[in-house]
Design a protein around this ligand. Structure first.
Ligand SMILES: C[C@@]1(CC(=O)O)c2cc3[nH]c(cc4nc(cc5[nH]c(cc(n2)[C@H]1CCC(=O)O)[C@@](C)(CC(=O)O)[C@@H]5CCC(=O)O)C(CC(=O)O)=C4CCC(=O)O)c(CCC(=O)O)c3CC(=O)O
Ligand SMILES: NC(=O)C1=CN([C@@H]2O[C@H](COP(=O)(O)OP(=O)(O)OC[C@H]3O[C@@H](n4cnc5c(N)ncnc54)[C@H](O)[C@@H]3O)[C@@H](O)[C@H]2O)C=CC1
Length: 204
């Protein structure tokens, strides 16, 4: 699998299961796409999702024709039931319908990664199934160790525009931008929330 960042604003996501795993998968999509969540037992958080329609239902009580129609109306299918057999059945239906699908207990053609998310950047991490605790660890590690990253992105954005007008040599501009990222004093100014325009004036 390879990473991609997608605009899902016109897409529909169907999540089966509303236990801790289903909720975590749904949280990933919550402000990005419209969602339908289907489960017999619902964690309360399910009602806090924006743009989500909730169906409280046992899958085995649904007519297969209705299930197929439901899947057909969606672009991405997530199977996060505690029932492995049902997850497999849902994923075969999604696969046959040509959908993107993820099975929390098995095979899928997409994976939901751990995401380190700032206002100005996103980093997605996966181990391709082998060790799911590792992406979660990397997320916490980066959140703790790069508190300056968001403001650094803003600073770089301001600075690179300014450098384009003052330094014609691209290699030299790249050198300066890289040195700014490595500079501990500038990293601290970013943590302190000094606006990027001020840091530009003060340090450069
Ligand atoms: C294959 C995959 C299927 C899929 O695509 O969903 C899968 C499968 C399974 N995970 C299990 C357990 C755990 N999962 C986590 C955490 C996360 N798991 C996620 C993804 C994936 N998990 C896919 C692989 C992705 C990859 O490798 O990169 C993350 C990244 C994203 C998300 O799910 O939202 C999210 C981190 C979110 C974050 O915090 O950033 C933790 C850690 C924790 O809880 O702290 C544990 C306990 C430790 C452990 O058991 O390893 C079990 C039960 C095993 C059992 O029964 O013992 C199965 C089922 C099985 O293995 O059969
Ligand atoms: N991908 C991942 O990151 C992880 C996956 N898992 C796997 O994911 C599965 C789900 O884990 P949890 O959310 O913790 O379980 P859970 O028991 O808290 O929630 C299960 C959900 O599935 C629903 N459900 C089960 N059978 C159903 C049916 N026939 N019809 C309708 N709804 C049904 C329940 O109502 C509930 O909403 C587990 O089987 C586990 O093996 C577990 C940990 C992490």
């Amino acid at each position: 699998m390879i990473p991609l960042f997608l605009d899902l604003s016109a897409s529909r996501v169907l999540v089966f299961g509303a236990g801790s795993v289903g909720i975590r998968k749904a949280r990933h999509f919550t402000s990005a796409a419209r969602m339908t969540i289907v489960a017999e037992d619902l964690s309360p958080e399910v009602f806090s999702f924006k743009n989500a329609s909730i169906k409280q239902q046992a899958i085995e009580d649904m007519e297969s024709e209705d299930l197929e129609k439901l899947i057909d109306r969606h672009d991405i299918v997530i199977a996060a039931l505690s029932d492995e057999k049902e997850n497999e059945r849902l994923c075969s239906l999604a696969k046959a319908a040509g959908k993107l699908y993820n099975n929390a207990t098995g095979e899928g053609n997409i994976r939901i990664p751990s995401v380190v998310c700032g206002a100005e950047y996103q980093i997605a991490v996966t181990t391709e199934k082998s060790a799911p605790a590792v992406p979660a660890f990397i997320r916490s590690f980066l959140e703790e160790n790069l508190p300056w990253l968001d403001n650094m992105v803003l600073l770089q954005n301001t600075l690179r525009e300014e450098l384009k007008t003052t330094i014609p040599d691209q290699a030299r501009r790249a050198e300066i931008l890289r040195a700014v990222i490595d500079d501990a004093e500038i990293q601290n100014a970013c943590i302190a929330g000094v606006p990027s325009t001020e840091i530009c004036k003060k340090y450069l």
